[in-house]
Design a protein around this ligand. Structure first.
Ligand code: TYM
Length: 331
């Protein structure tokens, strides 16, 4: 059975981008593949979270994974820092990753712009840690959103380089995966770019948002004065709302408003109301489970411990073989 790995940074609540870009695929994949889904808490350290907040953030993602339908009986769910073998592989891969290529990564360049006072080496080598996450289980499929495509390309580079250096074919090449043909980019509500945790509260709709909060966010999302001539191209903020509708609503609903837009008869109030209600319908079952699962500390502990054991089993096997390939021998 093919092996699958993916993770989500523990920097807060999951939003519709995380769900449609990644987690929805996790849930589908767990029935067909050997899956490892983790909570990337090492990765979250690049932004220096408070020690008091760290565990709460990890718990939040664990709860939301389970609420979204990841089943610990089918997939291995674990916390990244419970598997120190990942940090060891990261060290080895770092010896083989070059400054120039790391500096050229789009996500690094974005971070240099957004957090100029904290351009740490962890940010620079973020793609190497990601490669370690994937290669530690020798996975070949990685369900992620479009924004992670370049990181996957770098993972392949590091895997191939390791193989070449040590004259081996130990690491397979991992590829970004989505059940639909293309990787997904879920737009945000602020009229520009993708939905993200760091773009401000109003930009993202979270799985845990109450219906009233979703309605407010959608109604306040950026729009414009409306189309002025038939079949005109939609400006970015409007296109984004339509893209969101394509994701959460039925094809009939989407076509209805698309036709109205093209005929210049659309009323944004009705359009947004429909979009909000369809987001509420899509998230309601998850939201209810989030509240329920969060209370069950015993269950969460069980899941995390069981997951850590299974993940370490696979990871330690890889590390043993990698040490051998590199040439380490114990006396
Ligand atoms: P993170 O935590 O930023 O996002 C988690 C997943 O959600 C997807 N995603 C989106 N997809 C579509 N539209 C959006 N607006 C959107 N926002 C987020 C991301 O593509 C991702 O799949 N580096 C990763 C976490 C990670 C990882 C890994 C993933 C660490 N190691 C190994 C896969 C394999 C990250 O920061 O994702």
């Amino acid at each position: 059975m093919e092996t699958v790995v993916s993770g989500i940074r523990s920097t807060g609540k999951l939003h519709l981008g995380n769900f449609y870009g990644a987690v929805k695929n996790f849930v589908q994949m767990q029935n067909e593949y050997n899956c490892y889904f983790f909570i990337a808490d090492y990765h979250s350290l690049t932004t220096h979270p408070n020690p008091e907040d760290l565990h709460g953030h990890v718990k939040q993602v664990l709860v939301e994974y389970l609420a979204a339908g990841i089943d610990p009986e089918k997939a291995t769910i674990y916390v990244q820092s419970d598997v120190p073998e990942i940090a060891e592989l990261y060290l080895y891969l770092n010896m083989n990753a070059y400054l120039g290529e790391l500096e050229r990564s789009t996500s690094f360049k974005d971070k240099v712009r957004s957090q100029p006072d904290n351009v740490n080496a962890g940010l620079l080598t973020y793609p190497v840690l990601m490669a370690a996450d994937i290669l530690i289980h020798r996975a070949i499929k990685v369900p992620v959103g479009k924004d992670q495509e370049q990181h996957l390309e770098m993972s392949r580079t590091f895997a191939n380089r390791f193989n070449r250096l040590y004259h081996t074919d130990y690491f397979p090449e991992p590829f970004a995966f989505n059940f639909t043909k293309n990787l997904i980019k879920v737009p945000g509500l602020d009229g520009k770019g993708k939905m993200g945790k760091s773009e401000g509260e109003a930009n993202a709709v979270y799985l845990s948002d109450e219906p009233e909060v979703i309605r407010k966010k959608v109604m306040r999302s950026l729009s414009d004065g409306g189309p002025t001539h038939e079949n005109q191209q939609k400006p970015e903020p409007i296109q984004n709302l339509f893209d969101l509708m394509k994701i959460v609503s039925s094809a009939d609903t989407y076509n209805h408003f698309d036709t109205q837009y093209n005929q210049c008869s659309i009323r944004y109030g009705d359009f947004k109301k429909q979009l909000a209600e369809d987001m509420i319908i899509a998230t309601a079952p998850i939201r209810e489970k989030i509240n329920e699962i969060a209370k069950d500390e015993t269950y969460l502990r069980q899941v995390a411990r069981f997951g850590a054991i299974k993940a370490r089993e696979s990871a330690s096997k890889t590390i043993l073989e990698v040490r051998k390939i590199i040439g380490f021998k114990s006396f």
